[in-house]
Design a protein around this ligand. Structure first.
Ligand SMILES: O=C(O)c1ccc[n+]([C@@H]2O[C@H](COP(=O)([O-])O)[C@@H](O)[C@H]2O)c1
Ligand SMILES: Cc1cc2nc[nH]c2cc1C
Length: 338
């Protein structure tokens, strides 16, 4: 980050993003027409392969190193009584990820996907954004940059996930700041708040957005004031994936708050992303609608940790396997339609 304003380099990078390969999509469509099935019969699996080809820039897309990257952070806003779980769970879950005991470990193992987990200064929670900006500008931009570095390792499909007690309050505040309406439109029960807790959470989001409103002129400022480190790092990861032409599967309600920051800067920043799933938390469905993305899965999952996107990796792998390995009408001696 060499520029005067910590986010200037990111804005410049966004202006140089690669675009989709129309040639690769045309090649996929040509092969698809020869495969032993009625045209269009694999439905969205066909669109998935076109998406991968467009963004990998490959006529024959590959999923050899699917990887889930999870970032973890702690949140000062938990002081407002907005989560039923204590902040200690964030670090304890990191140990659980390392030991292979979390849900996302099992889902990744099922598909042979890699899992990388990064903790972001868990001992120093972000500031309570009901009282002050969550992060300093350099800290926030530096964490976005950390997220960009974290994708190194040769992945050909990425999903970004998070762990952070209190972070559904941060995500709700980001959505309320970006999209307006009432705080209650964007707030859900997170890990299972009761009615009184839900009212505290709505009040916290209302007060935070009202406090910061005059300064929320730029989406990066929304991230800095109302976000968390894991949300900043996911935004960096999504952006770096785009620069490396790696398609991304978006996870749930919290992961999409990172995507929403990028989308507010320039909607085309999410063109390389598919929505992995829809979480029942808050208004995730409405957020995906604003992105113009239809989720691959809708299984009532509201866990976070990248689990919904990780599960959708299996669908994506199957789509690629069909495209790559199905026989053609001529190779299998199957009569094509007249
Ligand atoms: O991503 C989602 O759709 C989602 C919905 C509800 C909860 N979570 C997870 O639950 C944690 C935050 O919940 P909370 O109630 O502490 O704000 C955090 O670790 C998230 O990964 C995640
Ligand atoms: C136990 C637990 C596991 C999680 N995984 C992601 N968020 C979580 C929140 C809790 C509380």
């Amino acid at each position: 980050m060499s520029s005067e304003h910590p986010f200037d380099d990111l804005n410049i990078l966004i202006k140089t993003m690669p675009t989709a390969s129309a040639e690769a999509v045309a090649a996929v469509r040509a092969r698809d027409a020869q495969l032993t099935k009625p045209p269009g019969a694999l439905g969205r699996l066909e669109e998935i392969v076109e998406h991968l080809a467009a963004w990998q820039g490959k006529e024959s897309p590959t999923i050899e190193r699917p990887t889930v990257v999870v970032f973890a952070g702690n949140h000062g806003v938990t002081a407002q009584g907005v989560s039923p779980f204590p902040s200690s769970v964030t670090e304890q879950m990191l140990k659980n990820f390392s030991a292979g005991g979390a849900a996302v470990n099992q889902i990744c193992a099922t598909w042979g996907a890699g899992l990388k987990v990064f903790e972001l200064a868990l001992q120093i929670p972000t500031k309570d954004f009901c009282e002050a900006p969550a992060m300093e500008a350099r800290e926030c931009a530096g964490t976005v940059a950390f997220g960009m570095e974290a994708i190194a390792g040769g992945a050909d499909l990425l999903a970004f996930g998070e762990m952070g007690i209190g972070n559904t309050t941060s995500a709700a505040a980001i959505y309320h700041a970006l999209y307006g309406g009432a705080a209650a439109d964007w707030v859900g029960r997170g890990t299972g708040l009761d009615d009184a807790g839900l009212q505290r959470k709505i009040s916290a989001v209302e007060r935070a957005v009202a406090l910061h409103k005059p300064e929320l002129t730029d989406p990066w400022e929304v991230l800095r004031r109302l976000g968390g480190r894991e949300i900043a790092a996911m935004a960096g990861g999504i952006l770096a994936a785009r620069m490396e032409r790696i398609p991304v599967l978006l996870d749930g309600y919290v992961a999409c708050a990172a995507a929403a920051i990028l989308h507010a800067i320039d909607p085309s920043t999410l063109d390389h992303c598919l929505a992995g799933h829809r979480s029942p938390e808050g208004a995730h469905g409405e957020v995906l609608r604003r992105f113009g993305k239809k989720p691959l899965l809708d299984l009532g999952m509201r866990l976070g940790e990248g689990s919904g996107a990780a599960l959708a990796m299996g669908i994506v792998k199957a789509a690629v396997a069909c495209h790559r390995d199905m026989a053609t009408f001529s190779s299998a001696g199957v009569d094509n339609k007249a």
